[in-house]
Design a protein around this ligand. Structure first.
Ligand code: ZN
Length: 323
């Protein structure tokens, strides 16, 4: 069986205070909270999903916020930067926007056709906004905080830092179906499916980099797309036959997932495109109420009692998105 992903499905990171996380990703980055649910493995804490209007694969950034979580260390064996795609010429606007919010950022040129604005989220997570001369055709979430002319189109790429790139790149090519499209110094760029934003992995070879420590302000895992549960099951069997330690298929309510660790230490997930985020609330109301999978509903009262209260900014509601 040939294993091929269409690209990135989501990136999941660890945060501290959930309200600071919500305020930054909705008002700062201009994403939409498309699901407010609980961490299925620790239901007294949240799992927050941000993305475009519908939470399409390739636009999703998700967080496990734990108030008071220790700060981790960004380093080898991790996804060390998460990059979002923004329109060409928009980085000056973004720098002023973040400055007004008290967030420092730096603009540099990544390549002849890509400019990058680098910043940290409230927990120290490394983020980049990439403005490419290649047009990203995806429609942005039209938010009152970030006008559509500048808004994030979705993921651009994930940057993986590893001590030895050889086996990491080998797995990306032979077990996930990506292909190498460029080399820039110690950075190898690979792409999945149709080349373009949302399908890109940059592998940085840094033999001296200290191992990362997964905690607050670090990426927990990155997820690649698979079309449906049937293909996922076949893919899982194939990965097991190839010697990977792969988890059972887990029901994440909005998709199903398998996980395995690649040789460089980065945790990978393969997540289905279906059923999606409108399975338990209408598109217009995404993110508004606390959602739980059926197996946690009997404990809803106890969970709602123990979980931190958060306020959802008006920007998340399409009828209030300002024009
Ligand atoms: Zn995930």
């Amino acid at each position: 069986m040939t294993l091929n992903t269409a690209g990135l499905h989501h990136v999941t990171a660890i945060a501290g205070d959930p309200q600071a996380n919500i305020d930054f990703y909705i008002k700062g980055l201009g994403l939409r909270l498309v699901k407010k649910t609980v961490n299925f493995d620790n239901p007294s804490t949240y799992h927050l999903y941000y993305g475009d209007d519908a939470g399409r694969p390739g636009t999703l950034m998700t967080f496990f916020p734990w108030g008071g979580v220790p700060t981790g260390r960004i380093g080898a064996g991790q996804s060390t930067s998460t990059a979002f795609s923004v329109p060409e010429g928009s980085l000056g606007w973004w720098r002023n926007h973040f400055k007004a919010l008290g967030v420092d950022s730096v603009i540099d040129r990544l390549s002849s056709d890509e400019e990058r604005l680098s910043l940290r989220d409230p927990d120290g997570l490394q983020l980049d906004l990439i403005a490419s001369s290649t047009i990203d055709p995806r429609n942005p979430w039209d938010s009152a905080s970030v006008p559509a002319d500048y808004a994030v189109r979705g993921q651009h790429s994930s940057v993986l830092t590893v001590n030895d790139p050889f086996r990491t790149v080998d797995v990306l090519i032979n077990d996930l179906g990506l292909r190498v499209v460029g080399e820039m110094g110690n950075r190898t760029r690979l792409t999945a499916g149709a080349e373009g934003a949302g399908n890109i992995i940059d592998v940085i070879a840094d033999p001296m980099a200290q191992q990362g420590l997964t905690a607050g302000g670090t990426v927990h895992h990155i997820a690649f797309r698979v079309a449906d549960a049937f293909t996922q099951d076949r893919w899982r069997q194939e990965l097991v036959e190839r010697g990977f330690q792969v988890t059972a298929i887990l029901d994440r309510q909005y998709f199903t997932s398998i996980y395995f660790r690649e040789p460089g230490g980065v945790l990978y997930e393969i997540a289905t495109d279906t059923p999606g985020f409108d399975i338990d609330e209408p598109l217009l109301e995404l993110g508004r109420s606390l959602k739980m999978p059926p197996w946690l509903e009997p404990s809803r009262d106890a969970i709602e009692h123990s979980i931190a209260h958060i306020e959802l900014p008006a920007e998340n509601n399409p009828t209030l998105a300002g024009k």
